[in-house]
Design a protein around this ligand. Structure first.
Ligand SMILES: O=C(O)CCC(=O)C(=O)O
Ligand SMILES: [Fe+2]
Length: 349
């Protein structure tokens, strides 16, 4: 395997301190980061280290439950919510990520996808409390993005209203399994290269559990940045910062002015890589189903939030199926036997 090429690109750091008085200054910084990098680091965001630790404790408690218990709240591709294990096949790899994840929402999509209180006392309340904190931070970003694009301040906040039953915003707990350090010839993927399809993602990492890498979209020369130059984004417990990235939705809503950026959690395979168990938490800002999505210059036809999300899910699902079909075609060509039946799921931002 060729060695991964790296460079130390600067991920801009943006402080939300004294937000009310600094909105315009923060807007300028956010617009610059969104136009040029697609990733930025938020500090002074108001979520304390203890609050982040608490949700990571809840995440560990959830994932330590037996699979049969977690399977009571299975992932649904229609609702983009629930638990999956070793089931997310990324178009960039055509193979399942070696991880499990649990996606939670505020609205009707979550019906029947919470474990009961006896199984995991306090979990639901604390998870929703944390998601509300992430929403509060997100709404500050939304005001800035609205100003940057010439929309009224509340424009994106209304389109992402989590108190409405058609909210599609997702809090995602992720748990990557330890990877054997011996070279056993098996190629494993943690989170294959992808762009998120949401508005903006807030990512919480744990100290020492590295692996997140980015390849800014304007610099990637291949669809999934396979042999491109990547940049490691290390967790920074000192600053308690949140890593944020622009998703496809905001890219489209800004008429491509802001860039959705390729990223991955690298499958460890080179010296210095982190092979241990890894936990992370992502908060994907998704539009209400009824939101109307169109950029200021109307570059793309108007879509509802429901249509945008459905298209994104289908795009991923289609690419996965095509990858599977291609593989199967190759297998059949070699074997000349009957086709095998298999099932796949597509999940994520
Ligand atoms: O686990 C991470 O650090 C990143 C996860 C991610 O990119 C995703 O779930 O979309
Ligand atoms: Fe992602």
């Amino acid at each position: 395997m060729n060695q991964t090429k790296y460079s130390d690109r600067q991920v801009p750091s943006i402080s939300l301190a004294d937000f009310e008085n600094r909105i315009d200054e923060i807007t300028t910084q956010l617009v610059d980061a969104s136009e040029n990098v697609g990733f930025f680091c938020l500090t002074d965001h108001g979520i304390t280290r203890e609050q982040v630790d608490t949700i990571f404790d809840n995440s560990a408690a959830f994932f330590s439950l037996p699979d049969e218990t977690k399977a009571q709240v299975p992932f649904s591709a229609t609702h983009n919510a629930g638990w999956e294990k070793n089931a997310q096949i990324r178009p960039s790899t055509g193979a399942a990520d070696q991880k499990e994840s649990y996606q939670m929402q505020f609205g009707a999509n979550m019906k029947g996808r919470w474990l009961d209180e006896e199984t995991l006392p306090g979990f639901r309340t604390q998870a929703l409390d944390f998601m509300r904190l992430a929403q509060t931070v997100s709404e500050k970003l939304m005001i800035c993005f609205a100003r940057g694009l010439g929309f009224p301040d509340n424009y994106f906040i209304d389109a992402h209203d989590i108190s409405e039953p058609d909210s599609q915003t997702v809090g995602r707990l992720l748990h990557y399994f330890p990877t054997p350090e011996t070279n056993d010839g098996v190629i494993r993927h943690r989170a294959g290269a992808h762009c998120d399809w949401d508005f903006v993602t807030l990512l919480f990492q744990k100290a020492g559990q590295s692996g997140l890498e980015i390849c800014p979209g304007r610099e990637a020369t291949s669809k999934f940045g396979v042999s491109d130059i990547w940049t490691k984004v290390e967790p920074d417990p000192e600053s308690n910062s949140i890593i944020c990235n622009i998703g496809d939705l905001l890219m489209s809503w800004s008429d491509d002015r802001f860039k959705s950026t390729l990223h991955r959690v690298k499958a460890p395979c080179e010296p210095g890589d982190f092979y241990g168990e890894r936990y992370s938490i992502a908060f994907f800002n998704q539009p209400r189903k009824s939101a109307k999505i169109q950029g200021p210059n109307r570059k793309y036809p108007m879509l509802t939030g429901e249509e945008f999300t459905r298209n994104a899910m289908q795009r991923n699902f289609k690419a996965v199926l095509e990858a599977k079909e291609k593989k199967e075609g190759e297998r059949l060509a070699a074997l000349q036997g009957p086709p095998a039946v298999s099932s796949v799921v597509s999940v994520g931002a």
